[in-house]
Write a protein that binds this ligand. Structure first.
Ligand code: PNS
Length: 170
């Protein structure tokens, strides 16, 4: 039986921390489907088409990884895709409560789907899409935190990011 995991998230945008989790996950699973939740209620920096495109480009070099988007309950999507597990990354302790709550809810909704947490690499313990967007907005250097395709998109959104360090205000 093929071991398939869904790695769900907002991926607004995908970061090197996410890629680290995929790389670790590939040691445990035959296939990983990285799936973006279509969530019209939440405000995102990048529209779903852009997020999916960046995700696909970033995952291009990984074997057995697919990028997709889904609607509705995660466990239903997992069942549709024949996945036995949901993969999530854990960084600092602050992630724990939300992740625990989500995993328990998903278990209530479908007992067949297991949640697997992988600890992110030390380098990525304090990185998140939100903090990267915050830094990039004001011209902060985030080059080593995101895949090249994401850096290019962030530079389009935030011109301050393309300015040489000395020329930045503040
Ligand atoms: O990257 P995020 O925003 O932390 O990801 C959250 C996500 C998409 C994994 C979570 O919101 C989700 O799975 N939503 C799908 C709806 C669902 O199944 N909800 C019930 C379990 S919380």
């Amino acid at each position: 039986m093929e071991r398939i995991a869904i790695y769900p998230g907002s991926f607004d945008p995908v970061t090197n921390g996410h890629l680290d989790i995929v790389e670790r996950g590939l040691k445990l699973f035959d296939k990983i489907i990285v799936a973006i939740l279509l969530n019209p209620k939440k405000q995102f920096l990048f529209p779903i088409e852009d997020r999916l495109e960046m995700l696909k480009a970033s995952m291009r070099d990984f074997p057995n990884v697919e990028a997709d988007a889904f609607d509705g309950l995660l466990v239903d999507y997992a069942a549709r895709r024949g996945a036995q597990a949901v993969l999530r990354g854990l960084r600092a302790l602050s992630d724990f409560e939300f992740e625990f709550q989500m995993a328990l809810m998903n278990r209530r909704l479908n007992r067949e789907v297991q949640t697997v947490f992988l600890m992110t690499g030390m380098r990525w313990i304090y990185t998140s899409s939100s903090i990267i967007k915050e830094a990039a907005q004001f011209g902060g250097d985030v080059e080593d935190m995101v895949p090249p395709v994401v850096l290019a998109r962030l530079k389009e959104k935030f011109p301050a990011l393309s300015q040489p360090h000395g020329d930045r205000p503040g």
